[in-house]
Design a protein around this ligand. Structure first.
Ligand code: SAH
Length: 494
């Protein structure tokens, strides 16, 4: 069973760092169902390919189970030759660090979308080629599937259920590995796979950020959980509910989950049979919660307006919700949106209808694909910068670079930074203690932590800072989000 992962990112050999496997060595790992070998058929500056060869030992599999009764099909089956849940287990064992999106030596590459290709030599898909497209295309992959005949010498026997599958996308390596990790077992209908107690949690953890939006999420959960209906129900009920707003960003979907977790939905059904007034109050409550993200954007916009900023940066602009609001402000002359995710920028471009925008309006906006941890001269000469729910997506050691990029080099007069208030997490009932609101969050700070960091920043770079809560404020734990407004000292600007 062979899986290859290749890139044309340059220098392509950086793939070795990301996978934590040296391109010049063949490495072998012992697993409890066989061996995994990692090697690089190709490793040049232009193109690098890593191969994971899985050698499943069918005999050991049967013996390992302590199974006294053996039949031929226990020894002779497709397990050694096709991608199955064993490949997922091997992926997690052999490429675990990369799967979790960590790389000490190349942290910036972990968050950078790279041109990637994965090829699975043989994968079973008795449902037909269409199913492969339906599984992978919503995740942004171009899918190439070649179906193999049962026997090349006997074409009259027809086609086998086996395909060679090639996926291509510009995405983070950890995303590609995560999608493979979850979706390979979804295609594996074999009974040879056992299912552990924590499979639901595994699915939800690995599925965070994409599974809830996947149009085939029901079937994915059902197949992944080995057709166990109760587990599937459990998993689906913990995913984002159907009525998620189509425009919702990842951050907004967190709120949708919270809605479900806090039982607001149930409250609203009861309210329908109660008085109209009660229903209205419940509805208002729900809307308030849903619009938390809207409130963050409004709060940032308000600061930009008050300062009379004419040139505005939206750093980590995502899918462009703030960009749209800024474009509507006639007094703003130029806006620059930057994001490390190429896919987010493509979405922004689509949502803002840039292709149909009148030339004069179009000229007011620049979209830049870049990372906030690198100095970029294009960010200089702006009056204000908004950094909305972005810092928590950066590894803490990288914040030092971000601080200099923004405050020392870009050096705008005003900076607005928002980030979750970790203290408020106790209000989200099913968010386990110590876990974050979103899979991609690298940290979440209390009000004190954010304020200490901000004050030190202000001190170092000659700014003053004020703080404001965003969202409904709780007497004890504060508001769900917090905002720091930095103003450059006048004396230093002259
Ligand atoms: N500001 C937007 C999006 C918030 S989600 C909004 O409020 O709607 C966080 C965004 O930060 C994502 O789009 C992510 O791609 C981006 N991001 C994370 N790390 C980044 C980095 N180092 N440089 C630039 N963008 C980054």
């Amino acid at each position: 069973m062979l899986l290859t992962i290749s890139t044309t990112y340059q220098p392509a050999t950086e793939l070795g760092y990301l996978l934590h496997k040296n391109p010049t060595r063949l490495q072998t790992f012992d697993l409890n169902f066989g061996q995994a070998h990692v090697f690089y058929p190709e490793a040049s500056e232009q193109r690098c390919m890593a191969a994971l060869l899985l050698d499943v030992d069918a005999v050991q599999l049967v013996r390992g189970k302590g199974n006294a009764r053996s039949s031929l099909d226990q020894y002779v089956n497709d397990r050694p030759y096709v991608a199955s849940s064993f490949l997922s287990v091997a992926l997690a064992d052999v490429f675990g660090t990369a799967l979790n999106g960590r790389c000490k030596q190349r942290p910036e590459l972990v968050v950078t979308p790279l041109p990637l290709q994965a090829q699975i030599a043989v994968i079973p898909c008795p449902e037909g080629e269409e199913w492969l497209h339906r599984l992978f295309e919503p995740l942004g992959y171009s899918v190439e599937a070649v179906q193999h005949p049962l026997d090349e010498l006997h074409p009259e026997w027809g086609m086998s259920p086996y395909f060679t599958l090639t996926l291509r996308a510009e995405c983070r390596l950890s995303e590609l590995l995560t999608h493979l990790y979850v979706l390979i077992p979804v295609l594996d209908n074999s009974k040879h796979y056992w299912i552990g107690d924590d499979e639901v949690n595994k699915l939800l953890t690995r599925g965070q950020g994409w599974l809830e939006k996947h149009p085939e999420r029901r079937r994915i959960a059902y197949n992944y959980l080995r057709h166990k209906k109760s587990l599937t129900r459990d998993a689906l009920s913990r995913l984002v509910p159907e009525e998620e707003a189509p425009e919702a960003t990842d951050e907004a979907s967190e709120l949708e989950v919270v809605d479900e977790q806090t039982g607001e939905e149930g409250a609203s059904t009861e309210a329908q049979s109660a008085t109209a007034e009660a229903a209205r109050v419940v509805q208002e409550k729900k809307e308030k919660r849903r619009s938390l993200h809207e409130q963050r954007l409004q709060a940032a916009l308000e600061v930009v307006r008050q300062r009379g900023a004419k040139r505005v940066l939206d750093l980590g602009c995502g899918e462009g919700r703030l960009l749209r609001m800024l474009l509507q402000e006639k007094s703003i002359e130029h806006i620059l949106g930057l994001d490390v995710s190429y896919r987010a920028l493509e979405l922004a471009q689509k949502r803002l209808h840039l292709d149909r925008m009148p030339a004069r309006q179009r000229e007011r906006l620049t979209l830049v694909h870049g990372a906030l941890t690198y100095r970029d001269q294009r960010l200089e000469g702006y009056d204000a910068a908004c950094v909305i729910e972005v810092i928590e997506h950066m590894d803490q050691p990288r914040l030092r670079a971000f601080e200099r990029v923004l405050f020392e080099f870009a050096h705008p007069e005003t900076v607005v930074i928002t980030t979750p208030n970790a203290e408020y997490n106790v209000k989200f009932e099913t968010l386990d203690a110590g876990t974050f609101r979103h899979q991609d969050h690298r940290f979440e700070w209390t009000r004190e932590q954010f304020q200490i960091w901000s004050r030190q920043l202000a001190e170092r770079f000659g700014y003053q800072v004020q703080f404001a809560p965003i969202g409904p404020e709780d007497a004890e734990v504060g508001a769900p989000s917090q905002m720091g407004i930095f103003s450059r000292h006048q004396s230093l600007t002259q």
